[in-house]
Design a protein around this ligand. Structure first.
Ligand SMILES: NC(=O)c1ccc[n+]([C@@H]2O[C@H](COP(=O)([O-])OP(=O)(O)OC[C@H]3O[C@@H](n4cnc5c(N)ncnc54)[C@H](OP(=O)(O)O)[C@@H]3O)[C@@H](O)[C@H]2O)c1
Length: 267
């Protein structure tokens, strides 16, 4: 069985004792992300939720969701999104430090001509890929896929958005990438599609698309492979890459903290 982050259970069991006190909590786990009274925040997209009226508990999204929504949110300035389909390519470190260390040991073993699964993933990861992150649910989707779909709708405030994800673990240490197909309601701009992303904070445009080794250790996300897609009317295809440990986790939390600290004093 794949192991999960014990920290989600920890948050669920322990954070409540801090509620109602003067503390302000930014939780990176999945424990409260979908609670209707807990804002799920990506600083560049819906940071205003915490800046105007800070709640006691703020959730930061799943690492893959954070990277995906950075590719979708700028498009909303041009047009509502009709549907979005994403296939992810997720690094070992997305499953935590123990899993990352296990993956490194698998690589050492593979260099000696052997294959031995470290036990942190459902299969050996070195020299492998597999379409399973988290448990399979009754829907046929995995836990990770359900998180990505539900969290995307919440962050984009688009409960009716048709969104589908297939999440895949790849033998990469750090950096999540996604291939994304989007159908917009309005026609795409006639000129350069890069214009859709200009002036949106946290985004670097890089053609022909960034690889994990290029973006590991860097904040924000990198978008490339922008093209009109014949699959749908007003169809757009793209590639987005982001460091799961930074924009997918710690950077986003620090950005939220920064928003709270730079908030104007109430009148
Ligand atoms: N990795 C990602 O890409 C990513 C992205 C987004 C969100 N998240 C979320 O972030 C959280 C942490 O994930 P991670 O990848 O950073 O995990 P990790 O690499 O396994 O690190 C977990 C950290 O939590 C500490 N910890 C665990 N149980 C604890 C307890 N009972 N009391 C105090 N400290 C405890 C560990 O301490 P020790 O050092 O003592 O072991 C370790 O430093 C998870 O909820 C995860 O879902 C992770």
């Amino acid at each position: 069985m794949p192991k999960g982050h014990a920290e989600t259970g920890w948050s669920r069991n322990n954070l409540k004792k801090f509620f109602g006190k003067s503390s302000l909590i930014i939780d990176e786990s999945a424990a409260f992300r979908l609670n209707h009274d807990v804002p799920l925040v990506v600083a560049e997209i819906n940071g205003s939720l915490v800046k105007e009226n800070p709640p006691k508990l703020i959730a930061s999204p799943n690492c893959t969701t954070a990277v995906l929504v950075m590719a979708l949110a700028p498009l909303l300035k041009h047009s509502p999104i009709k549907r979005a389909v994403a296939a992810s390519y997720q690094a070992a470190s997305g499953a935590g430090r123990t899993a990352r260390d296990g993956f490194l040991k698998e690589i050492e073993t593979m260099a000696k001509g052997k294959t031995r699964a470290c036990g942190e993933f459902p299969y050996a990861l070195a020299g492998n890929i597999f379409p399973q992150i988290g448990r399979f649910l009754e829907s046929g989707f995995t836990e990770e896929e359900e998180k990505v779909m539900a969290e995307t709708k919440k962050i984009l405030e688009a409960p009716d958005l048709a969104v589908s994800a297939t999440c895949v673990r790849v033998p990469v240490l750090r950096g999540h990438c996604l291939a994304v197909w989007v159908e917009l309601e309005k026609p795409l701009p006639s000129g350069n599609l890069a214009g859709l992303y200009q002036n949106f904070p946290g985004i670097t445009l890089k053609e022909p698309g960034a690889a994990p080794l290029e973006i590991a250790g860097q904040g924000g996300v990198s978008i490339g492979r922008l093209r009109r897609d014949p699959l749908w009317p007003n169809g757009l295809s793209l590639w987005v890459a982001g460091d799961n440990l930074l924009k997918g986790a710690a950077q986003n939390v620090l950005q939220i903290a920064d928003l709270l600290m730079t908030r104007p004093e109430p009148a």
